[in-house]
Ligand binder design. Structure first.
Ligand SMILES: Cc1ncc(COP(=O)(O)O)c(C=O)c1O
Length: 449
């Protein structure tokens, strides 16, 4: 494989690096330290990633990877974007942290910009997606409590609805509204009052919605679950039922928001608006920052001291986020996302016609899932060997989350690499015949095959 990099950097950027096994033969002390001292929450690949440039990442041997994982949907501008580097340098030399007891120069302007992108009115900054989910659950409980219901009692309107196949994070509240059992069950009993609705099943939604519900939480496009977009019929019914019962419609746009699907927010393909929008991942171009965006109606229930954060909304992260949003506008990245996304899906449809173990291609913009009838893990490892970073969700779906500034040439490079990977990876166990995730809308939302 040819390397397109002609940089004069001290690091030799090449894909012809030693194979992983050879590198393992001489263990890296940094890896040994990690294995000995880190909590074993992740199965990490046996490489040390050192830096990135645009859509490429490099490991400590100098091996170059085309990054179609983007730090799991975070690196929307790739790596080392000059404008982001400049802002981070400038702000690091001014003030990294000041606390929320004072104003800083960027929180207000960033909140204004996010309000204009989303159509929401107020913003609370967090450090992560899961923290935004937990905050939104607290807001929903606040919103549901009637003035005559004393604090400390269980309000009549206290139930949370969430969806089957959802993923909302790892803190206690977020894991309580995450349906996947392997994430939930070890921690039982979880937050009470949660019920799951079948994905895109309007009848089930209607059966479970009543006056005791304070919110319905929806990933507008399910990410970890395997790239499943919520249907318009389901979204509209959720909006109508939430309004009818005085509950909140909450959009989890932590993975699919901020441009990923070719719109500022994925819910903008519908006319009905949510009451709360949650964002994180790409917001500060890799620095930890999330946000809860709410309507004014929700915001009126909040008073000082009810909720807070030490780190959320610091000047370094907010200045960087402001720059990120400005770059998306200046570089017309939404258009690039739509065009490159269409090219990708077209190329993937051709691969689906060629490889019979591709079951379905799903997704919008640069959030794409390819469901296989065989296990996806071996393809991820083979891709890595060949200098391509992808991942696999729910065992059988390959997920692609390239940066928003991906080029036509990089899309072609990706499709070539992927074809090689699909052609050469030994196939493992087959997926069950019936879909692992029985989605009533899977056929309606397939974009290829
Ligand atoms: C849709 C969605 N919600 C919430 C989260 C949790 O975000 P974080 O990992 O920043 O806590 C994730 C993370 O993958 C996500 O994809």
């Amino acid at each position: 494989m040819k390397s397109s990099s002609k940089k004069k950097s001290a690091v030799k950027h090449t894909r012809k690096a030693k194979p992983v096994s050879a590198r393992l033969a001489k263990p890296d002390t940094r890896v040994l330290d990690a294995e000995k001292f880190l909590l074993p929450t992740y199965k990490r690949q046996p490489v040390v990633m050192t830096h990135g440039r645009g859509a490429y990442v490099f490991d400590s041997s100098g091996k170059k990877y085309l990054d179609f994982l983007g730090g799991i949907a975070v690196n929307a501008l790739g790596h080392a974007h000059p404008r982001i580097v400049k802002v981070i340098r400038r702000e690091a030399a001014r003030a990294i942290h000041l606390s929320n007891l004072f104003h800083n120069a960027y929180q207000g302007p960033l909140a204004r910009k996010l309000a204009s992108w989303s159509g929401m009115d107020r913003v609370f900054f967090t450090n992560s997606g899961t923290e935004a989910i937990d905050g939104a659950m607290k807001l929903a409980r606040l919103y549901g409590r009637k003035p005559d219901e004393a604090a400390g009692t269980t309000a009549k309107k206290h139930r949370f609805l969430a969806l089957d196949n959802s993923f909302h994070g790892r803190t206690f509240g977020a894991v309580s509204v995450t349906s996947t059992e392997k994430y939930r069950l070890p921690f039982a009993p979880l937050a009470p009052g949660v019920e799951f609705v079948r994905f895109n099943d309007v009848a089930d939604l209607e059966a479970k919605f009543d006056d005791t519900v304070c919110s319905i939480l929806i990933e507008t496009v399910q990410g970890e679950g395997g790239i499943y977009p919520v249907s318009e019929a389901f979204w509209n019914r959720a909006r109508a039922l939430a309004t009818q019962h005085g509950a909140l419609l909450i959009a989890d746009e932590i993975q699919c928001g901020l441009g990923r699907t070719g719109r500022y927010f994925a819910y903008q393909r519908f006319s009905a608006k949510p009451d709360i929008v949650l964002i994180a991942k790409p917001l500060a171009a890799g620095l930890p920052l999330g946000a809860i965006l709410t309507s004014e109606d929700v915001a009126t229930r909040v008073s000082p001291g009810m909720h807070g954060t030490t780190f959320g909304g610091g000047p370094l992260a907010c200045a960087t986020a402001l720059e990120f949003l400005q770059i998306v506008e200046d570089e017309k990245l939404l258009e690039n996302i739509r065009v490159r996304g269409a090219e990708l899906r077209e190329g993937l449809a051709k691969l689906a016609a060629k490889f019979d173990f591709i079951r379905e291609v799903r997704g919008e913009g640069l959030m794409i899932g390819v469901e296989l009838s065989v296990e996806g893990g071996p393809f991820v490892s083979e891709a890595m060997q060949r200098g391509l970073l992808i991942n696999c969700t729910h065992d059988f779906t390959l997920r692609f989350l390239p940066p928003f500034l991906i080029t036509r040439a990089q899309v072609r490079e990706f499709l070539k690499l992927l074809e090689l990977v699909l052609a050469t990876t030994p196939q493992q166990a087959s997926a069950p015949d019936s879909a692992k995730f029985p989605d009533p809308a899977r056929v309606a939302h397939a974009t290829a095959r």
